[in-house]
Design a protein. Structure first.
Length: 378
């Protein structure tokens, strides 16, 4: 179904809706012909980032101009999900129907991944200025949970549940998370207790807010456990852990490593993968690690690289193997910006990857739309 995002010109107070209105995940919320009675209602609908169904026809009372439906954008849906989740989590004590609202965001993330998984994965590296770190990290983790989970034969209900767990895993230390992110000092005893207790505290807050999905809640309780029993809070071993908790643990750790902090640079994506998959191999499920690496590749989408011919570009999709992705070059061999991105296959000798770069070392300015088109519209 084709969609475009609603704006203030689409809804008139007191008049019948000329279109169906859907949520982020494409579910029908308001039917054509229903009446919105106040400006406040209109503002709330716009703020939620809802969509006009491209298949809806004009009402009999209205003859609106013909508008070409706008293609759904994975990037835009992710940014809307960040804003929506931020409001929900920071105001959880005053929210109603929390479980259904979180599930709506989880389905929106899965929808964004279904539109273009390359764009969705690239936002983890290229979209870090949007929203509060604590919330954006949960969105990043949810994206990878949805992307990797799609390939593991799980049911839709199970995938929505683990994606919702990713979105809410750090609720119990939400307000402390920003401080911990920027704190370059040694952790205090109080901070260690907050970190150690946050899985259980997250579950407590979610139960109080009306969440009853036990798989969702147990996944959060176990997302810092390890295969060898060295994790927390219960010291469970691999056979005692939910498979979804293992997936959440792995994606959470990767996303945390590739984000910059005031006291350290973010790790390069390939180095983060090596650190987890090799240095922590006793802590993670080997089969899951293989699946994770297969779906993400050694050079995940959004990674900055320098090629053998001297060009600098960004990984935009996976190639014929996990070590030979497709790259779009943005700078020429002598550092001059190219007139337009040039697609390069890194399986070729001349354009194979020479090194991975930090964003500041790449010294390249671009927007995601230039590389992925309408799937990355803002």
């Amino acid at each position: 179904m084709e969609q475009r995002r609603i704006n203030l010109a689409d809804i008139v107070s007191g008049q019948a809706l000329p279109w169906d209105i859907t949520d982020l995940a494409g579910h029908l919320l308001l039917r054509q012909g229903q009446i919105v009675h106040s400006g406040l209602q209109i503002e709330r609908l716009i703020e939620r980032g809802l969509f006009i169904s491209g298949t809806a026809g004009p009402s009999k009372k209205e003859n609106p101009p013909v508008v070409k439906p706008e293609q759904a954008s994975a990037l835009r849906i992710i940014n809307q999900a960040i804003k929506r989740l931020e409001r929900l989590l920071f105001n959880i004590g005053n929210e109603t129907e929390v479980q259904s609202k979180i599930i709506e965001v989880a389905k929106a993330i899965r929808y964004a991944v279904s539109i273009n998984s390359d764009v969705a994965v690239a936002t983890i590296l290229l979209n870090q200025d949007v929203g509060e770190y604590a919330v954006r990290h949960c969105i990043d983790t949810a994206i990878l949970v949805a992307h990797v989970g799609n390939q593991n034969g799980k049911s839709e209900a199970e995938l929505v549940s683990v994606t919702a767990a990713a979105l809410t895993m750090n609720l119990g230390m939400l307000r402390e998370h920003g401080h911990l992110q920027t704190n370059g000092n040694q952790l205090t005893d109080g901070e260690r207790k907050v970190i150690y207790r946050h899985p259980a505290e997250s579950v407590r807050l979610l139960r109080e807010a009306g969440v009853k999905d036990e798989d969702w809640l147990n996944c959060i309780l176990q997302h810092h456990e390890n295969e060898d029993g060295s994790g927390y809070s219960s010291g469970k071993r691999g056979g005692e852990m939910m498979s979804n908790a293992k997936l959440l643990m792995l994606t959470d750790r990767y996303c945390a490593r590739v984000v910059a902090r005031t006291y350290r640079k973010k790790m390069l994506p390939n180095a983060a993968l090596r650190d987890i998959l090799l240095n922590e191999k006793n802590k993670i499920d080997a089969l899951l690690a293989a699946s994770f690496l297969r779906e993400l590749g050694i050079y995940p989408c959004g990674t900055f690289v320098k090629l053998e011919n001297g060009e600098v570009g960004v990984v935009t999709s996976q190639g014929v193997s996990s070590t030979t992705p497709i790259v779009h070059a943005l700078l020429g061999p002598h550092g001059a910006p190219l007139a337009f991105p040039i697609k390069r296959d890194t399986a070729r000798a001349l354009t194979k990857i020479r090194e991975v770069l930090h964003a500041d070392a790449a010294s390249v300015r671009f927007n995601m739309h230039q590389l992925w088109g309408s799937d990355a519209n803002l």
